[in-house]
Each structure stands twice: as C-alpha cells, then as structure tokens.
Design a protein around this ligand. Structure first.
Ligand code: PRP
Ligand code: URA
Length: 211
C-alpha cells in the first residue's frame, strides 16, 4: 500500500519483546509484562523531541543552569479495554501525565466500533494526547476514538499502537491526517475476520486471560 504515513519504532529491544508476545504459547503474565515494557520503550522514543527549557537550580555544590520539560503537558488515553495494557508502562515513565479513558469495542459481526465510555481530563484542549491501543486493524476503533477526542476539544493527538495493519494506517491517515501514528510493527494485512496477519491474536483476551 503506497504512501502510508506511519513511524515504525524498530529498536532491537522492542522487536525482541514483540516476537515473544506474538508466539501463541506466551501466557498472560508474560504477555502483559512485555506489553508494559514495550509501551515504556515506545514512550521513551516518541517523547524524544519534547521541548526543553533552561532553568537555574541549586545543587549541593553550586548553582547552575539545567534543562526541564516545557511545552504542552501530556495525557494518555487508552482505548478500553486492551489499551489499558499499555498504560502502566507509560505513566511509570511520565508520572505527571493525566489519564483519560475511551470505551470502544469492535462488533464481531460488523467489525464497526461501538462506543460505551468516555472520561477525559477537563483541559483536554491544552494537552498532547497519546491515544494507546495495541492493535490498529481496520482502523475503525482508533479513527472513532480520535473523532470523539476532537469533538471534546482535543487539538494535538498522537496514536501509539503495538501492531498495525496497512489497512488501518490508511483509514487513520485519510480520516485524521493531523495525527502522527507510532507502531512497533507494520504487519502484512488483515484476514477475513479483521485480524492482523501475522499479528498476535486478540490482544484484550491475551492481556486479561479471557479467551
Ligand atoms: C481490539 C483492539 C482495538 C480494535 C482494533 O479491541 O484492542 O481496539 O480491536 O480493531 P479495529 O482497528 O478493526 O477497530 P476489541 O474490540 O477486541 O475490544 P477489547 O479491547 O475490549 O478486547
Ligand atoms: N483486535 C485484536 O485484538 N487483534 C487483531 O488482530 C485485530 C483486532
């Protein structure tokens, strides 16, 4: 698929951990821990260009100029429920980030997203929102979540997913060209059930052990 706009974070640690997650025999505990670790590593990468300002501080030895984060504050917005698996790793790294929740599930028959919950920080328009969901498949859930957030006043949004299908990237690119997408892998395609190939199966079921 030509001209997809997506950032693949190909750090060796992320790729190694993702390989273990993909294996069908990897159990819930390991799957959950690996997702949390990868989310932290991905957050480290996507915050690489966050702006800094110089401040004057006093160390035990002297005063000096040193750098501190500036610019828009972050909020992390997991798409329920599988997105919750990516939250802990990010807030461990960025403990001041606020957290919003969006409840969406994909109807297994129509593959269309169904909304059931939305609770966001009140200053949503002043923050950069990092929307997290491990799977970007048809793109229906992520695109709907991004639309919901914009309707609530969001102006600056990043989408972070673990595995993306080209079909889903195209939908988000077309419907939300302003949203930068980060993923650990751009996989091959979707199968007839809307699952990512090779993918890792049903992320929510693997995180929460509900298979
Ligand atoms: C999964 C996944 C995404 C969505 C991706 O959630 O976590 O939210 O499917 O598919 P799409 O790109 O085709 O919309 P699911 O609907 O299985 O709900 P869950 O997180 O509650 O398990
Ligand atoms: N949702 C998942 O959890 N996995 C897929 O492959 C597609 C949608």
């Amino acid at each position: 698929m030509a001209d997809l706009k997506v950032n693949v974070i190909d750090h060796p640690l992320i790729q190694h951990k993702l390989t273990i997650m993909r294996k069908e025999n990897t159990g819930t505990k390991d799957f959950r821990e690996l997702l949390e670790e990868i989310s932290m590593l991905m957050a480290y990468e996507i915050t690489r260009s966050m702006p800094l300002k110089e401040v004057e501080i006093k160390t035990p030895v002297t005063t000096c100029k040193s750098k501190t984060l500036t610019g828009k504050k972050l909020a992390v917005v997991p798409i329920l429920r599988a997105g919750l698996g990516m939250l802990g790793g990010i807030v461990n790294l960025i403990p001041t980030a606020k957290v919003g929740h969006i409840g969406l599930y994909r109807d297994p028959e129509t593959l269309k997203p169904v909304e059931y919950y939305c609770k966001l920080p009140s200053d949503v328009g002043e923050r950069t929102l990092v929307v997290v969901d491990p799977m970007l498949a048809t793109g229906g859930s992520s695109a709907a979540a991004l639309t919901m957030l914009k309707e609530k006043g969001a102006k600056s949004i990043i989408l972070m997913c673990l595995v993306a299908a080209p079909e889903g990237v195209k939908v988000v690119n077309d419907e939300h060209p302003d949203v930068e997408i980060y993923t650990a892998s751009l996989d091959e395609c979707l199968n007839d059930h809307g699952y990512i190939v090779p993918g890792l199966g049903d992320a929510g079921d693997r995180i929460f052990g509900t298979k």
